[in-house]
Design a protein around this ligand. Structure first.
Ligand SMILES: C[S@@+](CC[C@H](N)C(=O)[O-])C[C@H]1O[C@@H](n2cnc3c(N)ncnc32)[C@H](O)[C@@H]1O
Length: 156
């Protein structure tokens, strides 16, 4: 499963530690972010996680060469209102892998919405209540950041 815009890569690292075959990706124009992905793997003793440059909205050889996928992960990739680039990459991967799902967490910022774009790209999504996996608390894993933000999750 790939994680898009992985940065520090927590979801992908966790998935890999749980036994998934994971590909971490970040912006092809931001080698330092890809390096962060690699360092997160090293710090967590993961040696079989691939790191692939993928820029949202771009059809690159790296995107075309991804193996069959079951799950696409992303966290905090809808943080500036250029949402369509992310969705173009997600739509490309979901059309190529029709049984795959896109799981994404996002922080509510301003009053931006991706609803119209989901309609335009004919994507159906469900909201996931954080309470279903005990993540609706103001503190998680020793961090009080969750209490300072409004975090949501959806599956496309
Ligand atoms: C707000 S950070 C979130 C990082 C990480 N997923 C997390 O939750 O901590 C956004 C990430 O998206 C990546 N990103 C930004 N623009 C991108 C683009 N056009 N294509 C691919 N990745 C991009 C950034 O490099 C960064 O790692």
């Amino acid at each position: 499963l790939p994680q898009l815009g992985a940065g520090v890569s927590l979801p992908g690292v966790l998935a890999s530690r749980c036994g998934a075959k994971v590909i971490l990706s970040d912006n092809a124009d931001a080698p330092a972010c890809l390096e962060n992905c690699r360092r997160s793997c090293e710090a967590n003793g993961l040696h079989d996680v691939l790191t692939v440059p993928l820029t949202w909205g771009e059809v690159s050889p790296d995107l075309l060469q991804l193996p069959p996928l079951h799950l696409i992960l992303a966290s905090d990739v809808f943080y500036e209102p250029r949402f369509e680039d992310v969705l173009v990459t997600v739509v490309f991967l979901l059309r190529k892998n029709p049984s795959a799902q896109f799981w994404v967490t996002y922080q509510e910022r301003a009053d931006w919405s991706i609803e119209a774009l989901l309609h335009r790209w004919k994507l159906a999504c469900v909201d996931v209540d954080l309470e279903t996996f005990d993540a609706n608390t103001s503190e998680l894993a020793g961090s009080n950041l969750p209490g300072n933000h409004s975090i949501q999750m959806m599956i496309v």
